[in-house]
Design a protein around this ligand. Structure first.
Ligand code: BGC
Length: 720
């Protein structure tokens, strides 16, 4: 349909029908689903009638081809104008084939695989009836106490933006109508949800507009530049106003400045939550603020359906605002091809073939093996094929490795580490012992673990957080491994045997009690459906680890937030004079994180040399070429991720110590030398000034190239 036809449709709709399009409820409210009959309570509580539910425009969280077909058909049989329902769901890192958590995917620095994972997630969801995914989540994060760091790709605006684009491409493809195996994407949570004070979920976000624009907005914008169809507002306030009713943010920046004309949806109940925030006295005021801010769909609360009719009648809200919102929603339905084919890709037969098929699981396996970060290794990894191994810990045979947002992924389908390691140690021996629970330990468990370990040559500890310890509502103040697990480490240390630790979790941890104690540490994150197999591949050396952290690991929680692109301060600490008092430092901790952004080891080693720059002066219209040689000095083939950072030495506003501006992956055979090449343009040097203009300043720039944000070679040039 063209715009005029869609407009014509809006004109035929009654006010009630239009407002119902703006409501999104879970499937439980709808006829045709199993839960029908249990909904009287919630409907009454919401003050909505069955008529409203029947007319509402979209459903959240229902999947399964047949279930969706039933609900869509029942809905359309009652729809006066034949406007189909939209089905949306949280497909965050896979539908049933679960990929590593996004923070892990981030560590792959692999846009192609990230895109592929989204494409697969889209296909599985689409054949199961879903039209829209509430992804990608691109919130920039600096505080590992926040449980939702697992859902994002990390602390860097540049890398997050690349991933935002890759995910949107993967979900949406080129044409949603012609390719019903793709989904419309919904970038979230607009804006700055990843910066809650104290790392406590839903908490206040307080920052300058300049910082917002410089660090937090780029990834949302990147998703939209890639054509992302929807935006979800966030729960938090931005400069004192809840994002869901924030006219400056959603109407001003998003719609007027960036020209976004797609659908904006509130987060779950976030319109009504404006009352708790203290930004609206009642539902009526909340509805007023949200519709004026340009929020089209209200998720799970009834402020719009109950209050908008009154607001229009009293003249406070212009009906044109409703018409605009409805038009956007209908346009999305049209783009998805739903008017022609309301069942879209939903197909029980294809669902059986496609969902969780081997091809998809293979991609998950590959991505998991490229997302696990080797944090330490004094040479005990990889394990030899004849190794005699004791695998000990609560994750030795756990299937809780999918992570908090694993959609319809089933834990029972997850490949466990113990099973996979057993398969790979053909000539060796493997004995397994649980050692302790996630958060509990008994004398019997310790005894059994020590017995198991005694007869082994090497101990592999499988430790971590259970999935409920991160994710939404999963903030922690203590980000160490649980005491019980640290106790297990202590006990096993008494045996004096080589010890490798694999850690399954959803956030950068404070690794006290394990990092020093272990000879090797592998960060597995929540690696997804094929996690056990991928981790076992790394442990035995079938795969050479290549992943790099995209979020710093703090020394302790007291350092948080600690991130690589920080400012220098007027009193930076001189690392050679750490005893100086009146400088910016802690008296009981280093300033630097334990492990910096970009860090990750390989089973081989790389040496950097000959960093060259094509000139030491550059005019705005010119460009410079930076090159570095990288040699594989070890004995295995390996992938090195060569990273380029720039520092603007003096700006109108202070500039970060380093900012990632590019990276290149080199696959090098033992002894081989490769060259990484980067181009510096004036555009790379721009930043937001105090008047919010986005320009560069002439002056000196430092260029750093290396294997992470800390260990680099250096050059410099002047922009003249
Ligand atoms: C989360 C969103 C999610 C929504 C719908 C909210 O609680 O913040 O990320 O998309 O629920 O499930």
């Amino acid at each position: 349909m063209d715009n005029q036809q869609l407009q014509g449709l809006v004109e035929q709709m009654t006010l009630e029908e239009k407002i119902a399009q703006l409501l999104q409820l879970t499937a439980h409210f709808h006829e045709g689903t199993d839960n029908k009959g249990q909904v009287t309570g919630p409907m009454e509580e919401m003050g909505i009638t069955e008529g409203v539910v029947t007319a509402s425009g979209s459903i959240l969280g229902l999947s399964g081809a047949q279930a969706v077909i039933d609900v869509q058909q029942a809905y359309l049989s009652k729809s006066r104008l034949g406007i189909p329902l939209l089905f949306m769901a949280d497909v965050i890192h896979g539908f049933k084939t679960i990929f590593p958590i996004p923070l892990a995917i981030g560590c792959s620095w692999d846009m192609e695989l990230a895109e592929k994972s989204a494409e697969i997630a889209a296909k599985e969801s689409a054949v199961s009836g879903i039209h829209v995914t509430f992804a990608p989540m691109v919130d920039l994060v600096r505080d590992p106490r926040w449980g939702r760091v697992m859902e994002t790709t990390g602390e860097d605006p540049y890398l997050n933006s690349l991933f935002a684009r890759a995910f949107v491409r993967g979900y949406q493809g080129d044409n949603l109508k012609e390719n019903p195996d793709r989904l419309a994407a919904c970038v979230k949570h607009f804006a700055a949800y990843g910066a809650p004070e104290g790392g406590r979920d839903y908490n206040t976000v307080n920052m300058s507009e300049r910082n917002l624009r410089e660090q937090y907005l780029p990834a949302y914008k990147a998703a939209l530049d890639e054509g992302c169809e929807m935006v979800m507002t966030s729960f938090n306030t931005v400069d004192g106003i809840p994002a869901t009713g924030n006219e400056k943010l959603t109407r001003g920046i998003l719609r007027d400045e960036w020209g976004f004309d797609g659908v904006v949806i509130s987060d779950w109940a976030s319109i009504r939550e404006m009352i708790a925030h203290g930004a609206a006295e009642d539902d009526c005021e909340a509805a007023y603020r949200a519709i004026r801010a340009g929020v089209d769909i209200e998720m799970m609360t009834p402020c719009y359906v109950n209050q908008l009719p009154k607001l229009i009648e009293s003249g406070r809200v212009d009906e044109a605002l409703i018409d605009e919102a409805v038009l956007r929603i209908l346009r999305l339905k049209d783009k998805l091809g739903l008017f022609e084919n309301p069942l879209r890709a939903a197909d029980p037969e294809r669902e059986r073939e496609v969902v969780f098929c081997e091809e998809h699981r293979n991609v998950s396996h590959e991505l998991a093996s490229k997302s696990s970060v080797l944090l330490k290794n004094n040479g005990i990894l990889p394990l030899g094929p004849d190794a005699n191994v004791a695998l000990i810990g609560p994750f030795a045979q756990s299937n809780d490795i999918l992570g908090w947002w694993s959609c319809v992924g089933a834990k029972e389908d997850a490949v466990q580490l113990g099973t996979s390691l057993q398969e790979r140690l053909s000539g060796g021996k493997l004995a397994i012992s649980e050692g302790c629970g996630i958060d509990s330990i008994s004398q019997e468990q310790i005894h059994a673990a020590l017995e198991t370990a005694r007869s082994a040559d090497v101990i592999v500890l499988a430790l971590g957080e259970e999935s409920a310890m991160s994710g939404e509502g999963g903030s922690r103040t203590n980000i160490r491994l649980p005491e019980a697990q640290l106790e297990l480490v202590k006990q096993l240390k008494t045996l004096g045997k080589p010890l490798a630790a694999v850690i399954f979790n959803g956030r950068p941890l404070d690794l006290h009690g394990i990092f020093e104690e272990a000879d090797a540490v592998l960060e597995a994150w929540f690696p997804g459906s094929e996690g056990g197999a991928a981790i076992a591949d790394i442990l035995v050396g079938r795969v050479n680890p290549s992943a790099r952290l995209t979020m710093s690991f703090p020394q302790s929680v007291g350092q948080v937030p600690v991130y690589y692109n920080h400012y220098n301060t007027g009193r930076p600490m001189n690392p050679q004079k750490t005893e100086e008092r009146y400088v910016s430092k802690y008296i009981d901790s280093p300033n630097d994180p334990l492990l910096p952004f970009g860090f990750g080891l390989s089973y081989t080693t790389f040496e950097y040399s000959d960093l060259t720059i094509s000139g030491h002066e550059m005019k705005a219209e010119e460009q410079l070429t930076v090159q570095v040689k990288v040699t594989n000095t070890g004995s295995r083939e390996g992938v090195e991720t060569v990273q380029l950072y720039i520092r603007d030495v003096a700006g109108e506003v202070v500039r970060p110590m380093r900012e990632l501006k590019g990276f290149e992956k080199l696959l090098l055979a033992p002894g081989e030398t490769g060259t990484a090449t980067f181009t510096i343009t004036e555009e790379l040097l721009r930043y937001h000034h105090s008047d919010l203009s986005f320009t560069s300043d002439p002056g000196t720039f430092q260029v750093f190239v290396g294997s992470n944000s800390r260990d680099t070679l250096e050059q410099s040039f002047k922009l003249v």
